[in-house]
Design a binder for this molecule. Structure first.
Ligand code: KIV
Ligand code: ZN
Length: 510
């Protein structure tokens, strides 16, 4: 039987560390459910000691997501290891992932520890993690800038203390394929035990993350650490979809299999993009808008004669074009609940009501609501939170056009008070923002980001508007999905400013 490589997905940990990304617990659970459907072997659900929110999210994923191993990240210290074990406690297959830096610069400048102290810590913390769980992974942070003799020693001590997986991160995206190949081979020589899996984790600072990952596989790594859409610290991690499709399309060269259901790739990619607000570049390999589009006449002619002339992968192989049309205005609550469950999108009864109302309204303009629409509507409902019950956008109106200064008028309810106000601006969105900040009686608030993301194309197609505002030194966001971009803008701005209002009220009370 063909050997397989384990797919370790770190979208929810390294990916979530992408600047500007902050998923809620419910959103993380939805991503984890999709990763499970995708068939990854391991989900790194978070870094429990980093915050209470991360702890709760890891615990909820450990409790609810069946199938993959659930991993939590811990620094090499007792508090982190114990807290991670606690978060993973409900998991059927838990993994504690401990790490410490091993390069001279990290040990000297960041950790302020001697190499001997680092060695000592590796042995004791891997051993401690093993008292909680059989499956322990050890990562030597900045492995590619570590001294090879020292790194070999670290790997041997980790293996002796019970680590089953030894990960060799290219933390700063510095290595090259040939160099990484040699590194993996050297560590395999130092730790020849086949029960210890070597793992690759590459960052993309020089755009080499996927190339280095494939080189790691060729050198003998049987676990790859990847993230959907390649998100992660700075320039990101190796993209799951690129590594998996390279393994699929070039099985003749790479000669190792994987367990991923590639037909779930597109949905996972869209979901992560939408929830994180990180758009996918048009020419991105595998999941970019243009990945399967052919523009030139010669290419189109070739494609019509035989798709294999210009396509090495089919769009169907990643699940593109297979979105199921699910709901219309006559769909009942039961069908809606069932589809949400199937998609792993959890809701409270109030959120279900809200989603059903939105679908009824949207279905007037769009005959069928597909999974992508439903996900976007769900995200708006679960993102609303308590701030929304405190305030409501009752009505809005915008006037704009040639030689007209855009103006807006809004009516809102704040608790039991109805307020209305107007504003003008450089464009209709700016005018809405001005009118809303006046109605909320907020002065020191700035609109720092506005993003429009199409959800589904065609007539009546939906778009999601995401906005970020800064109040004082804090960021607040809002988002809404609609077939009318100004309506979506009005509701997204209202959501963000409701959060500011809620924050200010709490601040005064506290
Ligand atoms: O890049 C890195 O070194 C990491 C480790 C914590 C695995 O993300
Ligand atoms: Zn990393």
């Amino acid at each position: 039987m063909k050997e397989t490589v384990k797919i370790f997905d770190t979208t929810l940990r390294d990916g979530e560390q992408s600047p500007g990304v902050a998923l809620t617990g419910q959103e993380k659970l939805a991503v984890a459910e999709q990763l499970s459907r995708l068939g990854v072997d391991i989900i790194e659900a978070g870094f429990p000691q980093s915050s209470q929110g991360d702890f709760d999210a890891v615990r909820s994923i450990a409790q609810n997501v069946v199938g993959p191993t659930i991993a939590g990240l811990a620094r090499c210290n007792q508090v982190d290891v114990v807290r991670t074990a606690e978060a993973l406690e409900p998991a059927q297959r838990p993994r504690i992932h401990v790490f410490i830096a091993t390069s001279p610069i990290h040990m000297r400048s960041k950790l302020r520890m001697s190499p001997e102290e680092v060695l000592d810590r590796v042995g004791s913390m891997v051993a401690l993690a093993r008292t909680y769980c059989d499956d322990v992974e050890f990562s030597a942070e900045d492995a590619t800038r570590s001294e090879i003799e020292f790194l070999s020693k670290v790997a041997q001590i980790a293996a002796q203390a019970g680590a089953r997986t030894i990960n060799l991160p290219d933390t700063v995206g510095y290595t090259t394929p040939a160099e990484y190949y040699a590194l993996v081979q050297a560590i395999r020589k130092a730790v020849p035990d086949p029960a210890v899996t070597l793992s690759v984790h590459c960052h993309n600072d020089l755009g080499l993350a996927v190339a280095n990952t494939l080189s790691g596989i060729e050198a003998g790594c049987r676990q790859v650490e990847v993230a959907i859409n390649g998100i992660g610290e700075r320039a990101g991690n190796a993209a799951l979809e690129e590594v998996v499709m390279a393994l699929t399309a070039r099985a003749d060269v790479l000669k190792v299999g994987h367990q991923v259901d590639t037909k779930e790739i597109y949905r996972a990619s869209q979901m992560v993009s939408r929830l994180t607000g990180m758009s996918i570049q048009f020419n991105k390999a595998i999941v970019g808008r243009n990945a399967f589009r052919h523009e030139s006449g010669i290419h189109q002619d070739g494609m019509l004669k035989d798709r294999n002339t210009y396509e090495i992968l089919s769009p169907e192989s990643i699940g593109l074009g297979s979105t199921i049309l699910v709901l219309g205005k006559h769909s009942g609550r039961h069908a809606l609940r069932q589809r949400l469950d199937e998609l792993g999108l959890t809701v409270t009864p109030e959120q279900l009501d809200q989603i059903q109302q939105r679908i009824k309204v949207l279905a007037e303009e769009k005959t069928a609501i597909n999974d992508q629409d439903l996900e976007a509507i769900w995200q708006g409902a679960v993102g609303a939170g308590s701030a929304i019950s405190e305030s409501e956008l009752l009505s809005w109106q915008v006037t704009t056009g040639t030689q007209v200064k855009p103006t807006a008028h809004v009516v809102i309810r704040v608790r039991d008070m109805v307020r209305e106000d107007s504003g003008s601006g450089d464009g209709p969105v700016h005018a809405l923002f001005q009118a809303l900040t006046r109605a909320f009686e907020q002065s020191d608030v700035e609109l720092s980001n506005y993003q429009l993301v199409p959800v589904s194309p065609g007539e009546g197609g939906l778009a999601t508007v995401r906005v970020e505002v800064v109040a004082g030194s804090q960021d607040f966001s809002g988002q809404a999905t609609d077939s009318d971009v100004l309506r979506a803008s009005a509701f997204a701005l209202h959501q963000a400013l409701s959060r500011v209002a809620e924050h200010l009220t709490k601040g005064v009370v506290a």
